[in-house]
Structure formats: C-alpha cells, structure tokens
Design a protein around this ligand. Structure first.
Ligand code: FAD
Length: 383
C-alpha cells in the first residue's frame, strides 16, 4: 500500500511550477543520486558524478536570474535532501551562500563574471566564514585584509568549508581595518591552499576543507562593495538557513517512507507485520505529525519570504525546530528498523549522521535559540 505524507493537503496549494519542480527533482534524485550514495558513503567521497544532472535541472541557473519563487526553491531543497543533506548542502552553498552573496553584495561586473558559470555549475563556489577558533562567534575572526597599491592582501585560515576542495572561487570574509568585509578569491591565486578534512563520520559524502591564505593578493575588483559588516555575511546565511528549514523536511520524509515500507513488510510475532503493533503505529503517527508541522512551518516561511517580510528570528525558529525534529525522526526510524537500521542497505543511518552536521552548521541549536531569546526578551545573551 502506498500512502502520502501530505496529511493536510498542502499540495493542493501548489502552483504548476511547484508541481513541475517537485517531480523533476524527485525523478533526478531517484534515478541519478540515490543509486550512487551507498558507494560514496562507504568511500567518503562527494558524488561529483551527480553534478551534470543537477546542472541540467537548471535550479541554480533559475536562482541566478531570480526566476524561482521562494516556495519553489524550498520544495527543490526538500526534494534534494531526500537524497541526503550533503547533496542539498552542495546546492545551498553554491546557490544560497555564494551566488546570493554575489547577487546581493556584488558589482554588475562581478555578477556578469561569476553568476552564469556558477548557475550552470561550470564553476563551483565555497563560502569561508568559520575559523578554527571562531565558529558560533564569527565576529572574532582573525583573517585579515590589508590595502595594497593594486587591491588587497589576504591572510588567515578558514575551516569546515563545504565545497572547499572543488571550488574555483571562494567568498572569503576578512577584517579590513577591523571591519568584516567580503572578497571573491579565485582559488588558483598564489598563496591560497585547500586541504581536505577527512575522517568524518557525518557528511562523509560532502567536500569539506580547511582553507589557508598566505599573503593572497587580489585586485580591488575582488572586494564585494556592499559587504562591509558581519551583518552582510549573516544576510547570506539567512538565505541558506531558509533552505535548510525546507531541506530537512525531505530528509525526515525519506527516513519515514523507507521505514514505513519496511514495517509493513516485515513479519514479527505470529507472522503479523511490525506495522500492525500499536506501539509501532504510535511512533509512525508521531513522526507523520512532526513532518506535517515541519512542512507547515517551512511553507509559512516561504509565504513570508515571498512577501519580503521574513525576519531573521523567524528563520532561526524554522531552522532550529526543523533540524531538531528531523533528527528525532531519523533516530526513531533507525530504532524501528532494528539491526537493519545500522546497515548501508538503508539510507536512514546516513540521514541520521548527516543531520548531526545540519543541526550544528549555519548556526547551532543554541545560537538559534539565543537569536529567538533576544527577540522574545530584548536581552542579548550570547556572551
Ligand atoms: C560538515 C560541516 C560543513 C560546514 N560548512 C561550512 C561552510 O561552508 N562555511 C563556513 O563558514 N562554515 C561551515 N561550517 C562550520 C559551522 O558553521 C560551525 O561548525 C558552526 O558555526 C559551529 O561552530 P563551531 O564548530 O566552532 O562550534 P562552537 O562555536 O565552538 O560551539 C560548540 C558548542 O558550544 C555552543 N555554544 C557556542 N557559543 C555559545 C553561547 N554563547 N551560548 C551557549 N552555547 C554556545 C554551541 O551551540 C555548540 O553546542 C561547517 C561545519 C560542518 C560540520
């Protein structure tokens, strides 16, 4: 028996564009991505082989030309994360962090130089904000930019940078005279080095790197002119966090669907399927309810974003709630699969370990609760 997770008939509100995007991304995920994930998970490699298919979908190109509405974009992130958080992260970094930074903060010539090739995935980008000693508190960053006769000289270190090994261009955040600024740094520039972070048990199928910049000289035209405070970097992060609030719904849906199929088929006690037991049904009902409320929340964020009314604390609420709930759903599914749940045969274990990263990056659960806490009380409690 097939069933639907659309318990509140939200799909009835979808436009033709929404339906089209869901079915094309889903087809791509089912035929081109999922069959390859097991091997890449074992090997700890990013599935570069899925990028031509992603480019063909035209999602990032549509983002570059601002021709994707926020709900359509969110649904695309949801469908991509059904394959895995690492696949959605690749697209989030490329689209919501790098391309959005150029779109929001760059000059016309920077947009012309980079957006079309990034949109077609001919060039890959990364976003370097985090440093070894400054994760939740990027304001403390040590990477610095000095003015030179022709432009700027950048020195410092970034870590945990997604797409860092494959990137042709890096958005690097650095302090210029004590103020955070953004720079577009081609990774082939002398003095720039990326080293892969290996031995991860989460995000094994993601390209994660440390970046070292030693006296990296860039021209004046490399500076993003509208990026003159940490607030500019946070503006980009808000775009990506919006996508995460949608994306993790897809991870939770994938876990639920895989587990429900297993429970309906696997007999245990008197030959009856596991799904016939009350305790099991109670957990399925709880998970379906959580997934439904996660979807409602993401949809509402999308409506607010479409009206240009979305506030950072609303994005924090969505990122925090949906990551936590997706992780709880994945953990419950792992349990319901029994021993089979720890095997690569099922995708649930990969989703579970990858969601641990999603809970942490782009603002940890604590940091998002502090953003919400400040909104609720008027009292910043970060330090
Ligand atoms: C796989 C992966 C990919 C990533 N990709 C990128 C990327 O592309 N670009 C990029 O710039 N960064 C990236 N990151 C970095 C990520 O954003 C940081 O890891 C995150 O911001 C947390 O920083 P941290 O790891 O230094 O943890 P810390 O800031 O050291 O936090 C550790 C713990 O302390 C808590 N904590 C910190 N401050 C407070 C406080 N004031 N009050 C209460 N609790 C607090 C945190 O919530 C957390 O639980 C990535 C990380 C991972 C794991």
């Amino acid at each position: 028996m097939e069933t639907t997770l659309d318990l509140l008939d939200l799909e009835a509100d979808w436009t033709g564009e929404h339906k089209e995007i869901v079915s094309s991304v889903r087809r791509y995920v089912d035929t081109e991505v999922l069959p390859r994930m097991k091997e890449h998970q074992r090997a700890g490699t990013f599935p570069k082989d899925v990028l031509p298919g992603l480019a063909k979908l035209g999602l990032l190109e549509a983002l570059a030309t601002n021709s994707l509405d926020p709900v359509a974009y969110g649904l695309a992130m949801r469908e991509l994360e059904r394959a895995g958080s690492t696949i959605r992260s690749f697209a989030s970094v490329q689209g919501s962090l790098v391309m959005s930074a150029i779109e929001m903060l760059g000059t016309d010539s920077q947009k012309k130089e980079w957006l079309p090739s990034l949109g077609r995935l001919e060039a890959i980008g990364c976003f370097g904000l985090t440093e070894p000693d400054f994760g939740s508190n990027p304001a403390g960053m040590r990477t610095k930019a000095e003015k030179t006769a022709k432009g700027y000289k950048l020195s410092g270190q970034k870590c945990w940078i997604t797409n860092g090994m494959a990137a042709k261009v890096a958005v690097i955040w650095a302090k210029l005279d004590g103020t955070v600024n953004g720079f577009l740094v081609p990774t082939a520039t002398p003095g720039f080095e990326a080293r892969e972070i290996r031995d991860k048990w989460s995000f094994r199928t993601s390209d994660t790197a440390e970046l070292f910049l030693q006296d990296v000289e860039v021209p004046e035209s490399a500076r993003l002119p509208k990026a003159q405070s940490l607030g500019s970097a946070l503006k980009c992060l808000n775009q990506a966090r919006y996508g995460i609030a949608w994306g993790v719904v897809g991870a939770a849906m994938a876990c639920f669907e895989e587990t429900r199929r297993y429970l309906v088929e696997r007999p245990q006690f008197n030959g009856r399927p596991l799904a016939s037991h009350q305790l099991i049904q109670s957990k399925l009902a709880w998970m379906a309810t959580e997934i439904t409320t996660m979807q409602l929340l993401a949809k509402r964020l999308g409506e607010l974003k479409s009206e240009d009314r979305l506030q950072p604390q609303q994005v924090s609420l969505g990122k925090m709630n949906n990551c936590r709930k997706a992780l709880e759903v994945a953990r419950t599914c792992r349990d319901l699969l029994g021993a089979a749940g720890i095997h690569h045969e099922h995708h649930v274990g990969r989703h579970l370990t990858d969601l641990e990263t999603v809970l942490t990056y782009e603002g940890t659960e604590h940091i998002h609760s502090l953003i919400l806490g400040e909104h609720l009380t008027g009292i910043p409690a970060y330090v």
